[in-house]
Design a protein around this ligand. Structure first.
Ligand SMILES: Cc1cc2nc3c(=O)[nH]c(=O)nc-3n(C[C@H](O)[C@H](O)[C@H](O)COP(=O)(O)O)c2cc1C
Length: 187
């Protein structure tokens, strides 16, 4: 019943810190296409996190606590990350490392959209990391958009029928998963 008044909160994370990032633009396009039942909000400040150091656990900097709270408050997480040297960008992996021990990803519904048809290594590595963190990886919502170039902005993406269709499929699958969880838990 509560769902009628509050959309699901979906925290989106772009694995690129680049100002003109195609991954960020893809998440912005997804936010524009999201049905009213999904509220997508981009979390940018993960780029300000210090280098992960297990010695700081228990005395974490404020940026870390802010990141963890944002994750905890989200009903789901949607990630779009580029591939650097066949892996997830180090800066983004650093952000994920900060939440391995603190457990915000445990059972958290998470999907990853891959903006490149070539970047198969980073997507696989990201999904492996999320599975290792016991996230609830929503495979049906993990799609490859295969952008023709990384120069497209949000507006250009929204004008492309193929990109729009793939993003809508991903959002629909994520929404369906959240609804099924809600039905099964009765919350
Ligand atoms: C340091 C670096 C390493 C990269 N390594 C790869 C790679 O291994 N495989 C790949 O498909 N693209 C690679 N790329 C290309 C990026 O994935 C591509 O530029 C992507 O669009 C960047 O995402 P963004 O537009 O969101 O910033 C690399 C780019 C950089 C800057």
């Amino acid at each position: 019943m509560e769902r009628a008044v509050r959309p699901f909160r979906v925290l989106t994370l772009s694995g690129s810190l680049r100002a003109a990032s195609s991954n960020t633009a893809l998440l912005e396009a997804a936010a524009a296409l999201a049905p009213a039942q999904l509220d997508l909000a981009l979390y940018r400040p993960w780029g300000e996190l210090p280098s992960f150091n297990p010695d700081l656990e228990g005395a974490e900097p404020a940026e870390v606590l802010h990141f963890r709270t944002a994750l905890r408050d989200a009903d789901a997480v949607l990630i779009a990350s580029p591939e650097y040297a066949h892996g997830v960008p180090g800066a983004f992996k650093n952000a994920l490392d900060w939440v391995v021990g603190s457990a915000e990803f445990i059972n958290k519904p998470v999907a990853a959209i891959n903006a490149s048809g070539r970047a198969i290594h980073a997507q696989a590595s990201l999904l492996d990391t999320l599975a290792m963190m016991n996230a609830d990886v929503v495979v049906a919502a993990c799609r490859t958009v295969a952008l023709p170039t990384n120069k497209l902005d949000r507006t250009a993406m929204l004008a492309d029928a193929g990109i729009v269709a793939t993003l809508r499929e991903a959002l629909h699958a994520l929404h369906a998963h959240l609804l099924s969880l809600e039905l099964s838990t009765g919350s």
